[in-house]
Ligand binder design. Structure first.
Ligand code: SF4
Length: 66
């Protein structure tokens, strides 16, 4: 497991946005994620690129998930 900090994809509302996978809720509560997890970024400016990111990736489009 890796630690996920503010500003990183694992805590972003756009991380795995289309999938709404249960593990995303777990990342928010534990602030930890599997090193092997990769998911789509759903940011409107990036969605057409089908960008795949890890929980510890990041960009300036970060929005803290509710
Ligand atoms: S790449 Fe940016 S917008 Fe996409 S999930 Fe990561 S922080 Fe959020």
């Amino acid at each position: 497991m890796v630690k996920v900090s503010d500003g990183q994809c694992g805590l972003c509302t756009h991380f795995g946005e289309a999938e709404k996978a249960p593990q995303l809720v777990e990342i928010l509560s534990t602030r930890q994620a599997s090193e092997e997890l990769v998911s789509d970024c759903g940011h409107p400016k990036l969605a057409n690129l089908h960008l795949r990111v890890t929980p510890v990736s990041g960009c300036d489009g970060f929005v803290l998930a509710a």
